[in-house]
Write a protein that binds this ligand. Sequence first.
Ligand code: GLU
Length: 433
Amino acid sequence: MSQDVTRGQADSAEALVSSGAASALRVALEQYDRAADKLNLGAAVREVMRHPKREVTVHFPVQMDDGSTSVFTGYRVWHNVTRGPAKGGIRFHPLTDLAEIRALAMWMTWKCACVKIPYGGAKGGVTCDPKQLSIRELERLTRRFTTELGEMIGPDSDIPAPDVNTNAQVMAWMMDTYSMHRGYSVPGVVTGKPVSIGGSEGRQEATGRGVIYTLQEAAKAIDLELQGARVVVQGYGSAGESAARFIAELGARVIAVSDSRGGVFDGDGLDLPLVTRHKQETGSVIGTPRTRAVTNAELLELDCDVLIPAALEGVLTERNAPRVRARLIAEAANGPTSPEADDIFRERGITVIPDILCNAGGVTVSYFEWVQDREEFFWSIDEINARLRRIMVRAFEDVQRTAVEHDVDLRLAAYMLAVSRVAEATVTRGFYP
Ligand code: GLU
């Protein structure tokens, strides 16, 4: 195929970018373009990687407990499957739409390439508010969505996992539904399952653990002592809660955490088991005894050493980046920082460990889970954590070396590595037919 590309035959990759300055898709495309500009990519391969390979939108009915029927909309996007099967989580959120899922799928491609695990990138979601659904409604929604995805998912083609507002139970329903249609158990169709049905030890805390492994390396690089460091965690879901717990175990003081409703602060360091219990009992961290309330906006600008955004995209922008006081930002969330905020952080000497590196521990242990399911041979927690640490530390070193070599920040370095790996695979395979 000629390296000339005719634009306009496919929808432009920007087709769904919304006007919001921090829209996830705009951010993902800008980050990609910055890396592509640095790498000497052929025009065709550059254009191919800018587009998702496959996108499915489904509308489906779910019977509600009161006897009524609601119609929900769900998505699954494969961004790129050149290096292996499509991989990425499923989120349930009221604001999820195709543009967001497209961005998140692209980030999964770069994440898997960044830590060198043999997957492509995908993401899925259902637009819904899971907090308004009963457990049975959630189960029916999950099972019907799984069925709607049909042949798209499978252990060799596309392997979902938990993401925002989904968990091991949701994965168990997906695995069961898929297996019912096959007539036999297929544990490898999803990762992040309960251990009792083929899940992996350590998967639940893997994202948080990986965040801490990269954070320890970055702290060494900038001479930041984690013992006694003040840490702020925005988002207290699966990734945020475990990252907070692990960094506290290293002797840091977690002074503030938040969830979607707001945050809590204690300058001496929060009693994390108490915060977790309060959230389990009341549904929110707000009102944890002996804490002061802070808003999510205030929390991001608190005086601290380490900031861990662990919730949704688009929280650090040119509007608040000048006032962020952390020395180190560790992106447990996907897409929390806009390119403009990245520029401000670079100017201000604030180090950002980019999402595609920082939070890759989740998909890395997903990979271990999938390998164990395929081999039907399961590893110990010590073996899993040791392998996870090796992969995260090696990836950090690769990114750090690239950043120094090219005098770029860690995000651009991580992208340069990831994008060039996918590009190399694409060129090696060639274009069919
Ligand atoms: N949802 C997680 C992420 O964004 C995990 C994906 C996976 O394990 O496939 O990385």
